[in-house]
Design a protein around this ligand. Structure first.
Ligand SMILES: C[S@@+](CC[C@H](N)C(=O)[O-])C[C@H]1O[C@@H](n2cnc3c(N)ncnc32)[C@H](O)[C@@H]1O
Length: 194
């Protein structure tokens, strides 16, 4: 997706409708309505992914992407022109969006217990890691330690998570930047780079 389209979709954000609905609607009939409810209102956290894609283009960030907690992978639509996009989620939906494309792939499993090498990768984790620690380990401290131990291998991380999680993770990176603030609570978007 080019910068002009990204900027247009960002300027169309109102918070109460999905700007990707017109783009994806012909391909949504594979989902029963209990799986994807109210698709014209919400498909994924568009504004964060658009801000990430914009930052990648404007700053020439390598687009070998691993998106942890990708859900349906609707956001892969903006990474069709990227070198590679691998979505990871612990649930397999009826269909992972764009999974038939050569550069778009998916892994079903609970991170970090999946076969993925994050070295040289640009990782995205939007509203996923840091919020659902019990999926990883019943012991909160062990869960956080194993997540951070795996994530620290990445070259770049765009992460919308809790302040405490990002503070711990950032000690393994050279730079930490607050990319966008959330008005809704502890959901800010950060960028960590080696
Ligand atoms: C709130 S949704 C966010 C979806 C998408 N990233 C977005 O921002 O629109 C969180 C997703 O993360 C997945 N998830 C959470 N922790 C995970 C983990 N450790 N491994 C794999 N998937 C995980 C959940 O299954 C869920 O699909």
């Amino acid at each position: 997706m080019d910068l002009e389209t990204v900027n247009k979709l960002l300027s169309d954000q109102t918070g109460n409708h999905a700007t990707f609905y017109p783009i994806l609607k012909e391909r949504l009939n594979v989902y029963p309505c209990e799986e994807v409810s109210f698709p014209c209102e919400f498909l994924f956290f568009e504004e964060r992914y658009l801000a990430i894609k914009k930052h990648m283009i404007e700053n020439n960030v390598k687009q070998d992407i691993v998106d942890i907690g990708c859900q349906f992978g609707f956001q892969s639509e903006m990474f069709l022109d990227s070198d590679s996009y691998i979505g990871i989620d612990r649930y397999r939906p009826s269909y992972f969006m764009n999974s038939e494309k050569d550069n778009i792939n998916y892994i079903v499993g609970t991170f970090p217990n999946v076969d993925i090498d994050l070295k040289e990768k640009t990782v995205i984790s939007s509203m996923s890691l840091g919020y659902f620690n019990s999926y990883v380990n019943e012991d909160e401290t062990q869960a956080i330690n194993s997540l951070i131990n795996a994530l620290k291998e990445a070259a770049t991380i765009y992460i919308a998570t809790t302040k405490s999680f990002v503070d711990e993770l950032s000690s393994h990176f050279k730079t930490k930047e607050l990319l966008s603030e959330s008005n809704a609570g502890d959901f800010h978007l950060y960028l960590l780079q080696k």
